[in-house]
Design a protein. Structure first.
Length: 149
């Protein structure tokens, strides 16, 4: 069974489910896994936020108190950052951390991440995530990644 297709709805500025003829549209499960992994907020470490600030995180991480694993990414920590080479490097690191479980669980064998500033809009970052396993390659493009945070 396919996952429910998620897409960025520009009119509301959020991800939403796709519907056609009254039915939910299915999606490649890898697409869903990547979207959820990148856009769910992982809990920030205490030293990554100002003292007293919310550290956020996905509530489901608290189900297994013994596990140090955290669902999602820390990309949201960059939302108010100026886009620089250093910030792009940090964003790539956060993306890699968020998707590492896919390698650990043998879902994919390799992940490539390419982030770059948009050629005409300096406030926009576009990203390409490529997942590989054997002869299968799946590429996902994220236009204006910063606005999705």
């Amino acid at each position: 069974m396919a996952d429910i297709a998620l897409y960025f709805n520009n009119s509301i500025g959020e991800y939403d489910c796709k519907v056609a003829n009254g039915d939910l549209i299915g999606a490649n499960p890898l697409d869903t896994a990547v979207i959820i992994s990148l856009l769910t907020w992982a809990r920030a470490d205490a030293d990554e936020v100002d003292e007293g600030a919310a550290r956020f995180g996905w509530w489901g991480d608290k189900i297994d108190q013994e596990s140090a694993a955290s669902m999602g990414s820390k990309l949201y920590l960059l939302k108010r950052e100026k886009i620089t080479d250093e910030t792009l490097a940090k964003a790539e690191d956060y993306i890699r951390q968020a998707l590492q479980w896919m390698i650990d669980d043998s879902v994919v064998s390799e992940i490539e991440i390419n982030l770059e500033r948009h050629s005409t809009d300096n406030s926009r970052v576009d990203g390409i995530v490529t997942l590989k396993r054997g002869d299968i390659t799946r590429t996902m493009k994220f236009n204006d990644l910063w606005s999705s945070l």
